[in-house]
Write a protein that binds this ligand. Structure first.
Ligand SMILES: Cc1ncc(COP(=O)(O)O)c(C=O)c1O
Length: 405
């Protein structure tokens, strides 16, 4: 893993005179040299528009772009390449589903389930759609350990929702929800299922056919790829019946003064010039992950998880939100500290070169569930080290002493 760490140039830099310890990977991961090089190589040697050119450069760019679609298809084991829609990120993917699925399939009075641990990128689009279409939005509660409350979920399914949004891994608590089982239960109750996989894609292998979800969304930049690109997976038979959300070039079959007919999948949902370089960078990120392999990733991250939990347990003032168990989670930890505001903690840690997040992490509903308004989040990935966790622990102890005497 030290060798892999060396592939991330930014990890060598100093912040405020101290070596950077980057613990904000749930917000965005750093980029390996192979991804950075793929982007610059594309702009230096291969830049051209896709889908509309007969000249060689444009044809090459189109081939590369479409190859990545096939790579993503294999990465998440989708049945068809056209089930992979490139978007600007998970947020856009989740918005497309909320607005397009509801327009195609939902009517006033229908129930939609979202979750207390969902990111705002799930909750807010569905709130907007629910208001417009007079849908009933119900929240699936989480248990004290942060996992979705299965018993409550089963009871809610008796209300016969038409749509269920599930978060695979909470961006605040790091807990892995049993989404496969929950998807099967939702289908039995007659609901379509969308999985927000923004926090899982870099940490766990994803197989959409095994999960049997109807939609799944993630971002490139949380999996060592570039910003500005994401993926929406959707079952072909559903996407084909759903209306496009953005209108313009590339998504049409024919345009006359009277009427436009739309292109088949995936173009129907990819209006305008797409993020070409970013898609190519995403392909490189997938190759980077596959070279390391999820087995090695999960082994290293499991060790970091256990070590971090042990380290946090040595600080009596620190209260971890959700599960304190190393099993069934990724190394994402949110906590509060007696007598110190999260923003003060983040500011003092930054002076020591340690980057953590403070606030509600786009999950206000979840923070209210735990009767707080903000927390500190340290989110790790395989390139973090035990030595960095030691620095974090020591810095937290110093911070508490400074504030509490
Ligand atoms: C669980 C979850 N869903 C969705 C998103 C939105 O991703 P993006 O901001 O890349 O669109 C995030 C980002 O933090 C997230 O953690």
């Amino acid at each position: 893993m030290q060798n892999i760490r060396a592939q991330f140039p930014i990890l060598k830099r100093k912040v405020n005179g101290k070596p950077l310890a980057y613990f904000d990977n749930a917000a965005t991961t750093q980029k390996p040299v192979s991804v950075i090089d793929a982007l610059t190589r594309f702009y230096r040697e291969a830049n051209a528009p896709v889908h509309r050119s007969v000249y060689s450069l444009g044809v090459e760019a189109t081939e590369r772009y479409e190859e990545v679609r096939t790579e993503v298809q294999k990465f998440i084991n989708a049945k068809h390449a056209e089930e992979i829609i490139f978007t600007g990120g998970a947020t856009e993917s989740l918005n497309i589903v909320a607005s397009s699925f509801s327009e195609a399939f939902l009517k006033a009075g229908d129930t939609v389930l979202v979750g207390d641990s969902d990111h705002h990128a799930v909750i807010v689009p569905w709130q907007a759609v629910a208001e417009k279409k007079k849908l009933k939005l119900t929240f699936i509660p989480v248990a004290d350990n942060g996992v979705i409350d299965l018993a409550a979920y089963k009871t809610l399914l008796k209300t016969k929702p038409k749509f269920v949004a599930l978060t695979y891994i909470s961006n605040v608590l790091g807990v892995i929800n049993p989404v496969k089982e929950m998807t099967a239960l939702a289908h039995k109750a007659g609901a379509a299922v969308m999985i927000d996989a923004a926090q899982s894609v870099a940490h766990t292998p994803i197989d959409v056919q095994k999960l049997n979800c109807d939609f799944l969304a993630f971002s490139g930049h949380k999996m060592y790829g570039p910003t500005g690109v994401g993926v929406l997976y959707g079952k072909k038979e559903l996407l084909e019946r759903m209306p496009p959300r953005t209108f313009g070039g590339n998504m049409i079959a024919e345009v006359t003064r009277e009427k436009t007919t739309y292109a088949p999948l995936p173009a129907k949902f990819e209006a305008g010039t797409p993020p070409i370089a970013e898609v190519i960078g995403l392909g490189e990120a997938i190759r980077f992950i596959q070279k390391i392999g999820f087995k090695a990733i999960q082994k290293t991250e499991g060790e970091l998880t256990a070590y971090a939990l042990k380290s946090f347990a040595k600080i009596p003032e620190l209260s971890l939100l959700g599960s304190k168990n190393a099993q069934n989670r990724i190394p994402v930890f949110s906590f509060i500290m007696c007598g110190v505001h999260p923003h003060d903690i983040a500011t003092l840690l930054d002076r020591e070169g340690i980057s953590v997040r403070a606030g509600h992490h786009c999950a206000e509903v979840l923070h209210r569930r735990f009767s707080i308004t903000a927390s500190v989040r340290a989110s790790l990935t395989f390139y973090n080290t035990k030595a960095e966790i030691d620095r974090l622990r020591e810095a937290l102890i110093r911070t508490v002493k400074k504030f509490n005497g």
